[in-house]
Ligand binder design. Structure first.
Ligand code: DGL
Length: 266
């Protein structure tokens, strides 16, 4: 049986989901979190659907063993597989990343919206469809950014390669004339500053992490599982390169106490 004092699982292909964990921790300070980043097999973006489905099922089985009450899929590439298709026999509820369609439409004056995401996410057309379902007159420019995740996972923050990749993708966005951009890959908030600097003040940047955390809060409240008393804890697990994971976690969550673990997925 699911109970209030059980932890919440948060998963991603690597360190990207830490940007969502940051938001969840701020909004749910009493909850205990277990984060799982599959740093051994990141990136998922260039992979085939069958493969990523097998990986996410392994991660969900990990959370079965950890006896969590809810899993937040802090990964757009996995969310676009269809969260309902991932549920299977797992007892916990699953919340995926918000597509942020209402947020971007509210932020965009000209209704010209760019989507930055992995090639897998862009290939599904999920974000474009969600925006057009609300406003069919909107103009959506989906832009795959395959160079970003390996550079972020590789800690290449101050590199020429990153600067060039940012120029390449932001130039495409400028050419599309977008006034609003949604970061539909949870890794991209790690380089939000670089993207912002390249775009200047004319483009609103939207991160759907907060909206996703709000959805998680709704699900917890609906089930009566929200923990509101005490100070929560966070355990961060990676499937490879623990030291690199710790450095990247400190980058995203500089002021928090975490327990770090290296784990194997079956
Ligand atoms: N952070 C992920 C996302 O939101 C996946 C990145 C990847 O593994 O390619 O899509």
């Amino acid at each position: 049986m699911l109970k209030k004092d059980m932890p919440i699982g948060v998963l991603d292909s690597g360190v990207g989901g830490l940007s969502v964990l940051k938001c969840l921790r701020t909004m749910l300070p009493a909850e205990d979190f277990i984060y799982l980043g599959d740093t051994a097999r990141t990136p998922y973006g260039p992979r085939k659907e069958e493969e990523v489905r097998a990986f996410v099922e392994q991660m969900l089985c990990f959370f079965d063993e950890k006896r969590v009450k809810l899993v937040v899929i802090a990964c757009n590439t996995l969310t676009v597989l269809g969260v309902e298709t991932l549920k299977k026999e797992h007892k916990f509820d699953i919340v995926g990343m918000s597509k942020g369609a209402e947020l971007v439409l509210a932020a965009s004056k000209e209704k010209k919206i760019g989507v930055f995401a992995t090639e897998f996410t862009i290939g599904t057309g999920a974000h474009k469809d969600a925006i057009l379902a609300i406003d069919p007159t909107a103009c959506v420019a989906p832009i795959a950014c395959p160079k970003f995740v390996p550079l972020i996972e590789g800690e290449k923050f101050a590199s020429t390669e990153l600067a060039e990749a940012v120029t390449e993708y932001t130039d495409k966005l400028k050419a599309a004339g977008a006034d609003t951009l949604i970061l539909s890959c949870t890794h991209y908030p790690f380089i939000r500053k670089e993207i912002e600097n390249a775009l200047g003040n004319d483009v609103n940047i939207i991160d759907p992490a907060e909206e996703t955390a709000r959805e998680a809060i709704k699900v917890l409240a609906a089930n009566g599982f929200a923990k509101t008393q005490g100070q929560g804890s966070t355990t961060i697990c990676f499937t490879a390169d623990l030291d690199r994971g710790i450095r990247l976690a400190k980058h995203m969550l500089p002021d928090t106490e975490n327990v770090f673990k290296l784990v194997n997925l079956k």
